[in-house]
Design a binder for this molecule. Structure first.
Ligand SMILES: [Zn+2]
Length: 286
């Protein structure tokens, strides 16, 4: 029996080269169209919701004939079903500029939104996006104390993951970024076999509605879908996988590995790719 000469812990499940993640803010009825398309294309998204803006009629919001600039919020009763398989995340109760509030109000805005969303979806809500992208180091510290895992800003960074400060998380680009556009940026990375990293795009459904540009939605996002070398994940799945791979234990003699986390973690032992199940210790001898 041999031991592998080298054991790598790939960045993403299945040794995928690129992770594509997205997020959409504010919880308007336009999200339905995004979810339907993403489900068909095999893509994932995180939806940042203001619980204070959701309707409470007990039935799905009737959108009606909305003109550009007109927006209807989703009903609380449709949240769990609509976003199943995606991530629901915090966007505060009322969408204030957080850097204009005192700590007590910031805590209320975040914690009450979190609890209201958890009441709807039935799982711990741990992610967030800042309303208007407004934050500062004091706000990051408060959120850390509340157990918020990450919070997205409106800052862009080419190399956005893992972030030095998860509570000041930059995305790759806004969906309507130009020079180059989102599909152009993605094609450049996909076409470079040496590139590995996270491609994170965000926006709002109302941008397509207001511009009368749902063709733009398809033009921007569909080219990101359907690629063998890409892992499609929600924002929190990215952070959960990174935490799990950081916890993976490799024996010093390279003959075994232990996955103490709750999700499978992949290793590349020599040229063999192995998924180590949650809680399992496996031999790497061959
Ligand atoms: Zn917003």
């Amino acid at each position: 029996m041999n031991i592998p000469s080298r054991i790598e812990i790939p960045r993403f499940p299945g040794n995928k080269r690129i992770a594509v993640t997205t997020s959409f803010d504010d919880g308007h009825t336009f999200d339905r169209r995004i979810v339907a398309a993403f489900n068909a294309w095999g893509m994932k998204a995180t939806f940042n919701l203001n619980s204070g803006n959701l309707r409470h009629t007990g039935k799905p919001t009737v959108e009606g004939d909305l003109k550009p600039g007109e927006r209807a919020y989703l009903d609380a009763s449709e949240i769990a079903e609509l976003y199943r398989g995606h991530e629901v995340a915090i966007h505060t109760v009322t969408h204030p500029w957080l850097d204009r509030l005192d700590p007590s109000q910031i805590v209320d805005e975040v914690q009450q939104d979190r609890k209201a969303l958890e009441d709807l979806v039935g799982y711990p809500v741990r992610g967030m996006a800042y309303p208007f992208g407004s934050f500062n180091p004091q706000i990051c510290a408060l959120l850390r104390g509340l157990g918020v895992v990450y919070s997205r800003t409106c800052v862009n960074a080419e190399n956005c993951f893992p972030p030095a400060e998860p509570l000041a998380w930059a995305s790759t680009a806004h969906q309507y970024a130009t020079g180059p556009t989102v599909p152009e940026r993605f094609q450049a990375l996909l076409g470079n076999p040496r590139y590995s990293g996270v491609f994170y795009i965000w926006g709002h459904g109302f941008e397509f509605h207001d511009r009368n540009d749902w063709a733009g939605f398809e033009r921007i996002y569909k080219p990101l879908s359907g690629h063998e070398e890409v892992w499609y994940c929600t924002n929190i799945e990215l952070f959960d996988y990174e935490a799990a791979r950081q916890r993976l234990v490799l024996a010093a003699n390279r003959a075994s590995a232990y996955n103490p986390s709750g999700i499978p973690v992949w290793v590349k032992a020599g040229d063999r790719l192995l998924a180590i199940a949650p809680g399992q210790t496996v031999s790497l001898r061959y």
